[in-house]
Design a protein around this ligand. Structure first.
Ligand code: UN1
Length: 499
């Protein structure tokens, strides 16, 4: 396949970076395969994109929500047309098996459809005033220019979680996609170009975090930063945004999620729930569970079935329909996996499956690893039970009843996704009310959120401004607007209007 040459897209025009430099994107399943190249941009490109977005803002924000939604509807039709091609591109560029590549594109489509539907939904409210002659409204106004910094693991869906609600509510956008998956982002923006969004409404600047992400975050003409990625980078984004007191940053960060399996759980659900949570996307979802907390009464049986099922996982190039686990994204991802495995051994793991780097002709050109599975008794402050491995690294941790399960679950600085398997409604209610999370599931894996629900976490996982359904709060101001229909001024709170 011919490598794709991505360009920046600024004010409706495709252009090279002012640096003249480009970088390559390679297939993590076969690092000899170059998917394409993208501009290695700099602050000057960001300046240009921000100026274009600022310039386009007034006219775009003056259109009705319905008109803006029409552009999204056109975009949705194009995604349907390209769905198969886009799915393959996701798999080739980030390594996810094709079934997951397709799910990423379907989630993208759902997000665009959801945002388009917002165009005809009520926004804001009419409120009674204390004074009968007054009408009071709460109206939503777009904040202005929104910068989106997005990760590689959902290279199409996550950019759209952030871009689509921003656009339908009247903001203009600059996307800085992950440097691991520039071609997926390029395809999306090409479709938006084809859908006919006016120049400057949506822009893309490719490049690295330090040279594009940082100047975008620091730019005085950017009103909102939407970030999805690691905690360490999210913290930098928050600090940078705080320099301009008006700028708002929504940060979606990591997770150290868990599946809790209580003594009465149906193992026909709890075992696959654990497998899907730990190993889908090779453990590289922010909602991946690195921990399966299992009641001691059933832990031996659970462990046996879990390991048996894990042994059936087919690893390989995700373009084959029967592959369950593709490669890790890059060499750093592999190093992180090996580091966490080593820490677990040092911290006393009883290793059940000693996952590591896969060798042999089928695997030699890719970042392939096999699952690392261990059993470990809970001790507070254990690194491998508290820190995100972002890889197929999973601990089975025995617990003693539901209260102990929640205590173990909460012993991490993160709080993103939690799943509990039980047939007892009192127990799942206890977990629902006492565990710290943003996404909760019963008798399901900890993965698989849908776009019309808010997506986000608590603690080190996020600052309470979820994306997807929850994003509107982050990209709009709620303004109070009061109109007097009387022939004189009457004040609220009994305040006199007399001189
Ligand atoms: C992520 O984990 O990085 O809930 C995003 C899910 C997907 C999105 C995950 N809908 O698994």
């Amino acid at each position: 396949m011919q490598p794709i040459e991505a360009k920046n897209y600024i004010n409706g025009v495709w252009k090279a970076s002012t640096t003249g430099k480009t970088f390559e994107s390679r297939n993590p399943a076969n690092t000899n395969e170059i998917i394409g190249t993208a501009p290695d941009s700099a602050a000057a490109d960001v300046d240009e994109a921000v100026a274009a977005a600022r310039n386009a803002f007034h006219k775009w924000s003056q259109l009705s929500w319905v008109t803006r939604a029409d552009y999204l509807d056109k975009f949705a039709q194009l995604i349907k047309r390209d769905l198969q091609e886009m799915s393959r591109l996701v798999t080739r560029e980030c390594g996810k098996p094709i079934n997951e590549g397709r799910a990423d594109v379907v989630e993208t489509l759902h997000m665009v459809q959801f945002a388009a539907s917002l165009g005809r939904m009520p926004v804001g409210s009419v409120i009674s005033s204390e004074i009968p002659e007054k009408d009071a409204y709460i109206r939503r106004k777009p904040k202005g220019v929104v910068g989106c910094i997005t990760p590689w693991n959902f290279p199409m869906a996550i950019p759209m979680w952030e871009i689509c609600p921003s656009l339908v509510s009247g903001n203009t956008v600059i996307l800085k996609p992950s440097e691991e998956t520039p071609l997926c982002a390029h395809h999306l923006i090409s479709l938006m170009h084809e859908a006919g969004f006016p120049p400057g409404v949506v822009n893309i600047v490719h490049g690295m975090g330090e040279t594009v992400g940082a100047p975008l975050t620091a730019h005085p003409n950017v009103d909102v930063i939407l970030f999805t990625g690691s905690y360490n980078v999210g913290k930098l984004v928050q600090k940078q945004a705080a320099n301009d007191a008006y700028k708002f940053a929504a940060t979606e960060m990591g997770g150290k999620n868990a599946v809790i399996v209580l003594s009465d759980a149906d193992l026909n659900i709890a075992v696959p729930a654990g497998i899907l949570s730990a190993f889908k996307t090779s453990g590289q979802r922010c909602v991946t569970s690195n921990r399966i907390i299992v009641d001691k009464k059933i832990v031996d049986e659970y462990q046996e079935k879990f390991v048996q099922m894990a042994d059936r996982i087919k690893i390989g190039n995700g373009l084959s329909e029967d592959v369950f686990m593709g490669p890790l994204i890059n060499k750093e991802g592999v190093q992180k996996f090996l580091f966490h495995n080593q820490k677990a051994r040092e911290e006393g793991a009883d290793v059940l499956r000693n996952g590591g780097v896969l060798e042999g002709p089928e695997f030699e050109c890719g970042n392939f690893v096999s699952p690392f599975i261990y059993r470990m008794d809970y001790r507070p402050n254990t690194f491998c039970l508290r820190e995100e491995a972002f890889s197929p690294h999973v601990a089975i941790i025995p617990c003693d009843g539901v209260e102990n399960a929640v205590e173990i679950y909460n012993d991490t600085d993160y709080g993103l996704a939690m799943a509990v398997c039980t047939e007892d409604y009192r127990k799942w209610r206890y977990v629902r009310d006492n565990a710290e999370y943003g996404l909760g599931y019963v008798n399901l894996p900890s993965i698989g959120a849908e776009v019309h629900l808010p997506f986000g976490g608590v603690k080190k996982s996020g600052n309470g401004h979820p994306s997807a359904e929850g994003l509107l709060e982050a990209v709009t101001h709620r303004t109070a607007f009061t109109v007097n229909f009387g022939g004189e001024i009457k004040m609220a709170q009994g305040l006199s209007a007399k001189l």
